[in-house]
Design a protein around this ligand. Structure first.
Ligand code: SAM
Length: 287
C-alpha cells in the first residue's frame, strides 16, 4: 500500500519543516554560506550582472522565505529594488512569507508576487519572455517530477549574465538516501529517482551550462525519532521520509528498514545523540 506524501498535507508539512530547520544545523550552515561564500562570489567577482534599476528575482519553492530574505541582502545590497516572483505550492508557508516581508523594515525595497502552485504547473503556462537576473531552487528538486525540465526552464528564464543557485542534498545526505532506497515501499513502484547534488551536477554538465559546485556538511539530531511517544520525533520522521504520519501508517517492515538506515553510515553518534547527515551541495550556474 502506498502512503500519503507529507508534502500533500500543507499544514503538517509546514510544521515538520519548521521543526526540522530548528533542530538541524542546516539553516545556520546555509545562512553562513550565503552571507560569506555566495556573497563574495556575487559581489567581488561581479558574477551577477545587473544593468537595470530593479533586480528581477525568482524563487522556486521558497517555503517560509527565510533564505529569500537573506538573498535579498546579498543580491540587492540592502538598497536596490527587488521584485521576486515566488512559485510555491504550500499556501501555509506563502502566507508566512508574505507577512515576514510586509513586517520587515529591511524589505521595504522588496515586492513579492506569489503564485501558489508547483513549478511544473507554472512552467506549462509561463510567459517565456519574462526573464530574471537571479533564480534560486533550494532543497526543492527532491519533490519535482522532472528535475531536468525544471533546470532547463530556469536557465531559459535567466537574462544573459544571470545566475541560478541550486542547493540540494549531497551524496552523503541521509534523507535523499532514504527516499531513494525506500521510496518504492513508501509510495509505490512507479517511484522516480530523487537526485542528489552529484546527479544535479551531471544534469547541468549534460546541458552544457557553466557552473561551480561545492559541498557543505550539516546534520540533524534524530535521537527523538527512536521514541515512539515523542511528537517531535514523529514529526521529524515524517519530514525525513516525506510520509504523512509515518509512525502510525508505515508497516513494521518499513519502519525497521528506516531504522536500519539510522544505524548506517548515513548516521553517526556524538555526545550520546544520533545524527542523520544532511550535507548539501551548492551549485551556482551562470548564463
Ligand atoms: C525543504 S522546503 C525548502 C524551502 C526553502 N527553499 C528553504 O530552503 O528554506 C521545500 C519546498 O519546496 C516546495 N515544493 C514542493 N514541491 C514543489 C514543486 N513541485 N514546485 C515548487 N515547489 C515545491 C515545498 O512546498 C516546500 O516549501
Amino acid at each position: 500500500m502506498s502512503l500519503r506524501k507529507l508534502h500533500d498535507n500543507d499544514k503538517r508539512y509546514a510544521e515538520a519543516f519548521k521543526l526540522f530547520r530548528q533542530i538541524s544545523d542546516q539553516e545556520i550552515k546555509m545562512k553562513t554560506w550565503i552571507l560569506q561564500d555566495f556573497s563574495k562570489e556575487i559581489n567581488s567577482t561581479c558574477l551577477l550582472k545587473i544593468n537595470e534599476d530593479i533586480v528581477q528575482m525568482m524563487g522556486i519553492g521558497s517555503g517560509f522565505g527565510k533564505l529569500d530574505m537573506l538573498l535579498f541582502e546579498v543580491i540587492g545590497n540592502m538598497n536596490q529594488k527587488i521584485n521576486e516572483l515566488v512559485v510555491e505550492p504550500n499556501v501555509v508557508e506563502i502566507e508566512k512569507f508574505k507577512f515576514s516581508v510586509a513586517s520587515s523594515v529591511d524589505c521595504s525595497n522588496v515586492t513579492i508576487e506569489c503564485i501558489p502552485t508547483t513549478i511544473e504547473s507554472y512552467n506549462m503556462t509561463r510567459n517565456t519572455t519574462r526573464k530574471f537576473h537571479f533564480i534560486h531552487c533550494i532543497h526543492v528538486l527532491y519533490y519535482v517530477d522532472n528535475p531536468v525540465e525544471v533546470i532547463k526552464h530556469a536557465f531559459d528564464s535567466l537574462l544573459e549574465g544571470g545566475v541560478l543557485l541550486i542547493i540540494q542534498g549531497a551524496v552523503s545526505h541521509g534523507m535523499t538516501h532514504i527516499l531513494n532506497t525506500l521510496g518504492d515501499k513508501m509510495y509505490g513502484n512507479a517511484r522516480r529517482h530523487v537526485p542528489n547534488g552529484k546527479d544535479i551536477e551531471e544534469i547541468i554538465q549534460g546541458l552544457g551550462f557553466n557552473y561551480k559546485a561545492d559541498v557543505v556538511d550539516a546534520k540533524l539530531d534524530i535521537t527523538e525519532c527512536f521514541d515512539p511517544n515523542s511528537d517531535k520525533g514523529n514529526l521529524l520522521l515524517d519530514f525525513i521520509t516525506n510520509v504523512d504520519n509515518c509512525y502510525e501508517r508505515a508497516s513494521p517492515d518499513l519502519q525497521n528498514a528506516i531504522y536500519d538506515v539510522f544505524g548506517s553510515d548515513f548516521c553517526f553518534e556524538e555526545d550520546g545523540k544520533t545524527y542523520l547527515k544532511f550535507d548539501f551541495s551548492v551549485i551556482i550556474v551562470t548564463k
